[in-house]
Design a protein. Structure first.
Length: 201
C-alpha cells in the first residue's frame, strides 16, 4: 500500500514538474529551461496582438470588478467537476497541493470548461501558469495556438493569455500546475477572442 501511494505521489510530482517546468512560474521565461510539453512553455508569441489587447482590456474589467467566483481545482490526475464555463466571470483558482508524507511536491489541479461556440478562446491569468487543455472524453491534448504577454498599460490585473481553438459543447479539462506555494492561487478569465461587442459587456 505504501509503495502504491509512493508511486502515485512521485507520478503526480513528475507531472507537476513536466507541466510547470523547472523554475518559478510567476513570469514567462524568454527561453524555457527544458522542453516540458508541446503546450504552454513552448508556445510562440501571438502575432495578432491588437485583437488580443482588446480581449485583455475587456477581461480586465472582470478581473478588477467581477463577478468573482472562488474555486479549488480538482486534484490533478482524477476526475474534475469544477466548472469554469460561466461567461464574463473572474475565477479565483486555488491549486491543491500534491503531498507525500510530510513533503509538498508541487501544486496542480484540473478544471472543466465547456465552450458554447466553436471558436478560438483565450485563457487569461493573473500570473504565468503552465496550462494543458485536454478533451475530457477522448483524453486527447488540444494544441495551444500562442501566448500573449499582456502589457501593464492594457491590464494590470492580468499578465498572460494562451489561445486555443475549441469545439462548442465539448467538455475540456484544463490542467494547471505550479511548483512553489506562492503560485498555488491565481485569477482566471476565459474569453472568446472573436467575441463581438466587448466594450458593450
Amino acid at each position: 500500500m505504501t509503495q502504491h501511494l509512493s508511486s502515485r505521489a512521485l507520478l503526480a510530482a513528475g507531472a507537476v514538474l513536466l507541466l510547470a517546468g523547472c523554475g518559478p512560474t510567476e513570469q514567462p521565461a524568454p527561453e524555457p529551461q527544458a522542453p516540458v510539453t508541446q503546450q504552454s512553455e513552448l508556445l510562440a508569441a501571438c502575432q495578432d496582438t491588437e485583437a488580443l489587447a482588446e480581449v485583455a482590456e475587456h477581461s480586465c474589467t472582470h478581473a478588477e470588478y467581477g463577478p468573482f467566483e472562488s474555486i479549488t481545482a480538482a486534484p490533478f490526475g482524477g476526475p474534475s467537476f469544477v466548472d469554469v464555463s460561466v461567461e464574463h466571470t473572474a475565477y479565483n483558482v486555488k491549486l491543491p497541493a500534491i503531498t507525500f508524507k510530510k513533503w509538498t511536491l508541487g501544486y496542480a489541479g484540473s478544471l472543466i470548461f465547456t465552450p458554447e461556440e466553436s471558436t478560438e478562446y483565450a485563457f487569461l491569468t493573473s500570473a504565468y501558469r503552465a496550462l494543458r487543455v485536454v478533451n475530457a472524453a477522448t483524453h486527447e491534448e488540444v494544441g495551444l495556438e500562442c501566448r500573449y504577454t499582456i502589457p501593464r498599460e492594457v491590464c494590470g490585473a492580468l499578465r498572460t493569455a494562451v489561445t486555443a481553438d475549441l469545439e462548442g459543447g465539448v467538455d475540456y479539462r484544463l490542467d494547471f500546475a505550479a511548483v512553489v506555494p506562492q503560485s498555488d492561487s491565481f485569477l482566471l478569465v476565459i474569453e472568446e477572442t472573436a467575441h463581438e461587442g466587448h466594450s458593450g459587456e
